[in-house]
Design a protein around this ligand. Structure first.
Ligand SMILES: Nc1ncnc2c1ncn2[C@@H]1O[C@H](COP(=O)(O)OP(=O)(O)O)[C@@H](O)[C@H]1O
Ligand SMILES: [Mg+2]
Length: 370
């Protein structure tokens, strides 16, 4: 029944349900790749009474030993080995439900996840495809009525401050600002020289209006069981070098020709003016509604909107993640919004585990797994 790695047609829900049927429901293990928000996920799983398994690379093992939250550690050469038959088999033996995070999209091939990963995953894995495509995301956000930054299809269309996003860039590394097609080609050359990108990638660079304002990244959780979108936290990113530039006087900035980049280094918790919550809550509801149309049954569990809020308090959304985001790590333990909703001790990793526990309890695990 469980097919091996060579098989490659799209995994159907019934395959996963068959695997789940053979699981011992009293001995479910929550697993993920050792990276991104794994500690958050493991801590939450343990607090809800689950066992945990971490699939990690040898060089990162120390992290998952020092913070003793993984009951079992499976060492792999690289993250792609998650798809190896023996690793998948071990995970199924442990009755594992995988919780996907950003490293799944960043380091694994999307088709492989969709076609070859015969381990139940929390959430709707079909939405991962929407998430890795900037144009699909844009359509989704627009259909939900959210404001999105303008897109320039070609460098010649640039008519103001724009951000250039190289396709291969991970975590904002190698993005840069331009204000004309000349400055685009000039800076692109410089970025290639610095090794941030390759000439081939230049062709597919995504050019977008740069919205001047402040970053706000609300983190939501859509519960299928409660039929509600919960706001559980908010953060802003701490990005190198853009967040360091303000510490250097303008004169020196010009002399050493700093081009800001957006390499994510960490996250900072924030709260917003209370009046903004209305719109932020509605945006979450609308995004979920559209997700139910484009990839039924839509978003299951965590998602995050990446926004810039202007001085008119207009909210522009430039990205969506339909899974747990690393920004939710600022809420480990609790966050102001999780506290308002749940009181002590709720955060994204735990909320996921709670939903899985509820699914086991009400016999509806199949509704939140794919
Ligand atoms: N349209 C935009 N306007 C202003 N800032 C932006 C815009 N798009 C991206 N950024 C900045 O660049 C960072 C990385 O961009 P993002 O599209 O989120 O890339 P990634 O796919 O690497 O997460 C963001 O966190 C934000 O600081
Ligand atoms: Mg982003």
């Amino acid at each position: 029944m469980v097919r091996g790695r060579k098989q490659s047609s799209m995994i159907e829900k019934e395959h996963i349900c068959n695997i789940m049927e053979n699981y011992e429901k009293g001995k479910i293990t929550i697993g993920t790749l050792g990276s991104h928000s794994a500690l958050n996920i493991f801590k939450g799983a343990k607090e809800e009474g689950f066992r945990t398994v971490c699939v990690c690379k040898k060089e990162n093992e120390m992290i998952y030993r020092r913070f003793p939250l993984a009951d079992e550690i499976v060492i792999v050469k690289d993250f792609e080995c998650l798809l190896d038959d023996n690793v998948q088999k071990r995970l199924r033996q442990l009755n594992t439900i995988l919780v996907p995070h950003g490293s799944f999209n960043a380091y694994l091939d999307m088709d492989e996840i969709l076609n070859k990963l015969y381990v139940p995953m929390f959430g709707n894995r079909k939405l991962l495809r929407w998430e890795i495509d900037r144009e699909l995301q844009r359509k989704w956000l627009q259909r939900a009525g959210l404001k999105v930054p303008k897109r320039f299809k070609d460098a010649s269309e640039i008519d103001g401050l724009a951000i250039a996003k190289f396709p291969g860039a991970k975590g904002g590394k190698g993005y840069f600002l331009v204000n004309s097609s000349e400055s685009f080609y000039d800076k692109a050359e410089y970025m290639i020289k610095r090794g941030h990108s390759t000439p081939e990638e230049l062709e597919n660079t995504y050019l977008q209006e740069y919205v001047v304002g402040v970053n706000v990244y609300p983190q939501y959780f859509h519960s299928i069981f409660k039929n509600e979108v919960e706001l559980l936290g908010m953060d802003k990113r701490y990005e190198s070098t853009v967040d360091g530039i303000g510490r250097i006087p303008a004169l020196e900035q010009l002399q050493i020709r700093i081009i800001p980049t957006y390499t994510i280094v960490g996250n900072i918790p924030i709260t917003v003016r209370e009046r903004l919550l209305q719109q932020i809550l509605k945006m979450g509801d609308n995004v979920v509604k559209v997700s139910q149309e484009i990839a039924p049954p839509g978003i299951i569990g965590p998602f995050c909107l990446e926004t810039v809020i202007t001085d008119n308090l207009e909210i522009f959304t430039f990205e969506i993640s339909a899974r747990i985001v690393a920004g939710s790590n600022v809420g480990i333990g609790t966050s102001p919004y999780a506290y308002l909703k749940y009181g002590e001790g709720m955060y994204m990793g735990r909320r996921i585990a709670r939903e899985i526990k509820n699914g086991i309890g009400n016999g509806e695990l199949d509704k939140i797994i794919l």
